[in-house]
Design a protein around this ligand. Structure first.
Ligand code: NAP
Ligand code: GLV
Length: 315
């Protein structure tokens, strides 16, 4: 049997993955081109956001292992083979990277560092009031692998942190490092009391467009949004309106409706928007190959697979 690596990878990334995967799985046949494989022998697909239709014509497929944490694009592909287990990437190194990004964004918002960058561009020398960490309430939306790592890091920094999740049996066993609220009714009061909102939800039919004019209006006046999850969580025109009216003071955005963010998009030059190129937490083959290898070995040994996606829930 053999393993097919496919998706949005440039030549360098493909090479790095092949090298790391072959080192982690000696004896496995792993290729990044179907021309180098016999399609009927492919039983595992390792996918990095592949174009729709990439997994058609693989009759022996028994595992789709995503190299990305978020599987929204995969699940939106109607040709994704039904009934084949889908596992997503869960790598502590990736969660640590996400915690670093969130800490940077929240610290910069707390201490006014984005304002100082604007002032520097204008040649302006003016110290702003110095806010203490414990003066700020932060809410982390989504308390999964990423959200928990972020919440723990922010709480350790001395910020007042709460978290929000869906709730139910899937999350009941997870130890969460901050006070938790659950379900749709808990959201508005949490947003109304928070100075900074960090979004780490998966993109599902329930969370798509969550940050529209209505939700943004429930946020604390002058609050900031840090979106590190998916662009489609935010209605971009509504966010621009909320920034213009002063309802929101700043947005740190790593993800966008269209990526790469198109030239001329209002976010690029907006003084109250900080843009990152979808780089909050990249999958690193140096650590993630071991995560993949563990699931490949589990499949070969008939053991339970880790980090399976619940297709019904969409994450
Ligand atoms: P995860 O472990 O599956 O956690 C998802 C969390 O969201 C869970 O706590 C879940 O609640 C909660 N949730 C889901 N639907 C909800 C809803 N309708 N209402 C309230 N809470 C809801 O996912 P993860 O590994 O932390 O990753 C989260 C997302 O981060 C990914 O899907 C991806 O989009 C994004 N991401 C971005 C980057 C980047 O570089 N920008 C990198 C990696 C990941 P329960 O616990 O109750 O189930
Ligand atoms: C990145 O956005 C991921 O989902 O891994």
């Amino acid at each position: 049997m053999s393993i097919f690596l496919c998706g949005e990878l440039d030549a360098g990334e493909r090479q790095a993955w092949l090298q790391a995967l072959r080192a982690a799985l000696p004896g496995e046949c792993i290729e990044a081109s179907l021309e180098r494989l016999i399609s009927a022998d492919v039983d595992i697909a390792l996918v990095a956001n592949p174009p729709p239709g990439s997994l058609q014509g693989l009759p022996a497929l028994r595992l789709v292992q995503s190299l990305w944490a978020g599987v929204d694009r995969l699940l939106a592909d109607p040709t994704l083979p039904a009934g084949v287990p889908l596992a997503r990437m869960v790598d502590p190194a990736m969660s640590a990277a996400m915690a670093e990004t969130a800490l940077w964004a929240v610290l910069a918002l707390q201490r006014g560092f984005f304002s100082y960058a604007r002032q520097q561009a204008a040649g302006q020398w003016r110290a702003l009031p110095q806010r203490r960490a414990d003066e700020l309430q932060v809410v982390v939306l989504g308390l999964g692998e990423m959200g928990c790592a972020v919440a723990a890091r922010l709480a350790a920094q001395g910020l007042r942190v709460r978290g929000w999740r869906q709730g139910g049996s899937r999350s009941a066993d997870r130890a969460v490092p901050v006070p938790v609220d659950e379900g749709p009714d808990a959201l508005a009061p949490l947003l109304a009391g928070s100075d900074i909102v960090v979004n780490l939800l998966p993109l599902t039919p329930r969370t798509k467009g969550l940050f529209d004019a209505r939700t943004l209006a429930t946020m604390k006046p002058g609050a900031a949004l840090v979106n590190l999850a998916r662009g489609a969580h935010v209605v971009e025109a509504d966010l621009l309106a909320a920034l213009a009216s002063g309802q929101l003071s700043h947005a740190v955005l790593d993800v966008f409706q269209t990526e790469p963010l198109p030239p001329g998009h209002p976010f690029w030059a907006h003084p109250q928007v900080t843009v990152l190129p979808h780089a909050a937490a990249q999958t690193d083959p140096r650590s993630a190959a071991a995560v993949v290898a563990a699931n490949v070995r589990a499949l070969r040994a008939g053991q339970p697979l880790a980090h399976l996606v619940d297709r019904r829930r969409g994450y």
